[in-house]
Design a protein around this ligand. Structure first.
Ligand code: ADP
Length: 441
């Protein structure tokens, strides 16, 4: 049974050090827990190609049965992207091999650490890892020490026998050098769900990157020059043009923790609790920072006040603005991206300076942009289309947005499979007729 990886939105508040294992939870639906004979806190292996991550299985009523919610650290260490499919396997905790030594790298750069790497810290680190109990090589962990969040990687684990999963005990030696590393920006070229999967929006992506990546990765640059980092970025444009894709890609490419919320969902589902829900989201964002919060369909959450008779909606707007102020003024490295199809129906207070003060239009694609979208999507589908064919498709698909083009390509793929039921799989290739047929439907 495979599960699709989702960002961890289930994580509660609190510091990692007091809830060591919380950051290594994998949230699953109750049904999936049952089907896999899992109990709460059972150790599971998460497998994707040859990568293995370990987590503690945790039931959640908000996770869909085919999904698994993982923390940013788990995803980064195992090179998992949101949307990847993984297999899970319950792990036998009795047969784990004791680690004799663990070498640790600091991912948080040295000059950002505000505490001394002294004996107290070594003792704390050891206790933290013993409490964590099960570890794998390359695992990333966040530790909170003396009020600071610091990210470490278990770069090497030594033991008498090699194993996939190791156990940390009081006998395990923990070794680290003085940190010299800086946060490695994750590979930008081939993460799935990254910028390379978006067609026709290179200019818009460039703008969003400039606004978001620097404040997330180098907030001190802004401080040094007395600049105020942007608090929020508003993407607006018709549905299906790639706004969500951009927001997800930014989080993916910066390696930031991402929290994705849907305006109508949190209003309707958590009626009366909406403000609390928002507070929890921002608490989590600060705890796990750097974080990108993406609010899709923000107009549902924050409609124009004169059009919003309900007290609830007024309170929600005020709460959101207060939270954005708090999260961004104190250098918490939290950026909010919101998307709307109807920018004019948004409460004006949100669009004032210091709030969602940067707006980027994601409009209906031009013929040139459509060509780039066709090329991007078809690069993942076996086909025999020439560049001339693609240009001709782009010029005849006036008015199509990215989502329409994606639907055409998917449909053409199905047509190709139906047409060639007897051909070997490796010979399947979408042709121009498949594309044309898919477009006329
Ligand atoms: P929006 O948030 O603007 O409503 P989405 O980002 O959710 O739109 O797009 C929906 C789907 O359409 C995406 O998952 C993707 O498959 C496809 N899509 C939309 N725009 C693009 C694009 N510019 N390049 C590639 N695919 C796109």
């Amino acid at each position: 049974m495979s599960f699709q990886v989702k960002a961890n939105v289930n994580q509660g508040k609190g510091h990692a050090s007091s809830q060591t294992k919380q950051q290594t939870r994998a949230y699953l639906s109750l049904e999936a827990m049952q089907k896999n004979a899992l109990s709460t806190a059972d150790l599971i292996k998460i497998k994707h190609h040859d990568q293995v991550a370990i987590c503690f299985a945790w039931p959640s009523v908000t996770v869909k049965k085919q999904d698994i919610e993982l923390s940013t650290n788990t995803r980064l260490a195992a090179s998992l992207a949101i949307g990847d499919f993984v297999d899970i396997e319950k792990s036998d905790t009795h047969s784990q091999i004791e680690a004799t030594r663990i070498n640790i790298d600091f991912i948080t750069s040295k000059d950002k650490l505000t505490f001394q790497l002294d004996q107290h810290f070594s003792t704390f680190l050891k206790e933290f890892l013993v409490e964590q109990t099960y570890v794998v090589e390359s695992q990333l962990l966040d530790i909170h020490y003396l009020g600071q969040l610091c990210r470490i990687q278990l770069s090497q684990i030594l033991s008498k026998h090699t194993a996939e999963i190791y156990m940390v005990t009081q006998n395990t030696k923990i070794q680290y050098d003085t940190p010299t590393m800086t946060i490695d920006p994750p590979k930008t070229s081939n993460v799935s769900g990254g910028y390379k999967d978006i067609g026709g929006l290179s200019k818009q992506i460039q703008i969003v990157r400039e606004m978001i990546e620097t404040p997330l990765n180098n907030p001190e640059l802004f401080k040094k020059y007395g600049l105020k980092p942007p608090k929020g970025v508003l993407l607006f444009g018709p549905p299906g043009t790639g706004k969500t894709l951009i927001a997800r890609a930014v989080a993916q490419e910066t390696g930031a923790h991402s929290i994705i919320i849907n305006g109508p969902e949190i209003v309707s589902k958590f009626y009366g609790e909406t403000e609390q829900k928002l507070r929890d989201i921002f608490d989590q964002a600060i705890d796990m920072s750097p974080t990108v919060i993406f609010i899709d369909e923000i107009d549902a959450l924050c409609p124009k006040r004169d059009e919003a008779p309900s007290e609830l909606e007024k309170r929600v707007v005020t709460t959101l603005l207060t939270l954005m102020d708090g999260a961004t003024t104190q250098n918490h490295r939290v950026v909010v991206i919101a998307a709307t199809n109807r920018p004019n129906s948004l409460d004006e207070a949100l669009r004032r300076p210091g709030r969602f003060d940067r707006e980027v239009e994601i409009g209906i694609p031009t013929a040139e942009a459509r060509l780039s979208i066709f090329e991007t999507i078809m690069s993942k589908i076996p086909h025999q289309l020439s560049s001339h064919d693609l240009t001709s498709l782009a010029s005849t698909s006036h008015g199509y947005v990215g989502a329409d083009i994606a639907a055409v390509c998917r449909e053409a793929g199905l047509k190709c499979i139906k047409r060639s039921t007897h051909a070997p799989l490796e010979d399947l290739a979408v042709n121009l007729q498949d594309m044309r047929d898919a477009m006329t439907e």
